[in-house]
Design a protein around this ligand. Structure first.
Ligand code: HOZ
Length: 428
């Protein structure tokens, strides 16, 4: 496989863009090798600038649940573009998308659209603080909630990949209100509430996707709900990654635990930059201009992005059963990978939720970030390189989640498992 053009493009990019990328994980630093520069996508595939085609298990890190260049989403975007790119004034599409989101999520009475997941979470935290009149927040080690200052503490995703527990440039004063707890460990949450009487909210990825795929147990979330209620704190589910991926009705439909607020992104933009935060009407009423908590954005509710999101959610609504198929396929993929790993004496922990899947090169189950960090990242890097050679594009970090789309066929899954067999045979 020649990657000559990607090598050259990466060299050029590094001269002008820090690390050659506009988001750190993409640089392939934790797996070594050269990031592929992409020229196009089609359904389940992406093609790099050297003309190599890969089955894409990243799908833009989640948004593309219908794969690349889905006709309905593409046409909706083209139609919207013909009417204007941005107005900075309300459009009916925003209300229509808000109606879809509130119908899907029981816990969301009202929603506000922003342009990224980071923005959604940052705004939700401010609103939780404004609503409760408290300053402290609880987050879980290994959960990633975007790169805003107070949340970039012991975060997963890129921060985990690069081994930065937090970032220079974030004053200690900004993070002193961020209390840390351990995922799936209720005693650590109790300790936070014992230490502070000023907790505004607990924010959690109910299905963590940013330390690899690590779902919270139902029992843990139920206890979390109870503790928040007992202490007058809000519970925020960060579903930027899992929203419309694990279930179209949110993690609350899987776990039976209802949050006070939810943050969303990725799929609700159908591939365009969209984030959202929503929750109970009385909480959302505190948001400007109804209430005093300020939040704004020129490109918030952008008409082209709304059109893409609407097309994606309408399609999901019309084909709700598609989630069952995606779930079966994602589960088959990781079970098949595990079988092949076992055949070659490699320890692999696997899991899936809806169209999300994860695997750790680890001989013990992964329940939290500390567990995830005991995974064999060197073996993961070899696996990643081997699968690229075979024509399969997996997320370039052990601490990310994989995604399939409706364009990922059973045949592709079986071929991927066969490729794993070959790669495990070479790297064991
Ligand atoms: N860490 C991000 C996903 N969880 C990466 C996003 C990107 O590089 O596009």
């Amino acid at each position: 496989m020649s990657i000559e053009k990607s090598v050259k493009a990466f060299q050029e990019a590094q001269k002008l863009i820090p690390g050659g990328v506009n988001s750190p994980v993409r640089a392939f630093a934790s797996v070594g090798g050269i990031p592929r520069f992409i020229s196009s996508g089609e359904g389940a595939y992406i093609v790099d600038i050297d003309g190599n085609r890969y089955v894409d298990y990243v799908q833009s890190w989640g948004p593309l649940i219908f794969g690349h260049r889905n006709e309905e989403i593409e046409n909706a975007v083209i139609e919207a573009v013909k009417h204007g790119l941005s107005f900075g004034a309300p459009t009916e599409a925003e209300t229509e998308l808000a109606s879809m989101v509130t119908n899907f999520f029981d816990s969301i009475d009202k929603v506000r659209f922003v342009s990224s997941g980071t923005e959604a979470v940052m705004s939700a935290i401010r609103l939780a603080r404004g609503f409760t009149g408290r300053d402290d927040i609880v987050k879980f080690t290994g959960c990633y909630h975007g790169h805003s200052d107070s949340l970039l503490v012991q975060a997963g995703s890129g921060a985990a990949t690069f081994g930065n527990p937090s970032s220079p440039g974030v004053p200690a004063d900004f993070t002193k209100h961020t209390l840390l707890a351990t995922y799936n460990d209720i005693e650590s949450v109790k300790k936070c509430f014992a230490d502070s009487k000023d907790i505004a909210c607990v924010i959690i990825e109910p299905i963590a996707g940013n330390m690899g795929l690590v779902p919270a147990t139902k029992e843990f979330l139920a206890e979390l709900r109870r503790i928040c209620d007992d202490n007058g704190a809000l519970l925020i589910f960060d579903e930027v990654m899992s929203g419309f991926r694990a279930s179209i009705f949110g993690a609350e439909s899987i776990t039976g635990v209802k949050p006070d607020m939810v943050t969303l992104g990725k799929v609700i933009g159908g591939g365009m930059p969209v984030g959202a935060f929503g929750g109970r009407a009385e909480i959302m009423a505190k948001l400007s201009p109804e209430g005093p908590v300020y939040q704004a954005g020129t490109l918030s509710g952008n008409p082209v992005a709304m059109a893409a999101g609407l097309a994606a959610l309408k399609k999901l609504k019309a084909h709700a059963r598609v989630m069952d198929t995606l779930h079966v396929r994602a589960a088959r993929l990781v079970e098949g990978m595990k079988e092949m790993a076992q055949k070659h004496g490699i320890a692999l922990q696997v899991d899936s939720r809806g169209s999300m899947f994860g695997f750790f090169f680890n001989d013990k189950p992964v329940m939290n970030f500390a567990d995830a960090l005991t995974s064999d990242t060197a073996l993961f890097a070899k696996f990643h390189a081997g699968m690229l050679e075979e024509g399969y594009y997996f997320a370039c970090s052990q601490f990310e989640t994989g995604f399939i789309s409706t364009a990922t066929t059973d045949t592709m899954i079986e071929e991927t498992i066969a490729a794993c067999d070959r790669v495990f045979g070479r790297i064991k």
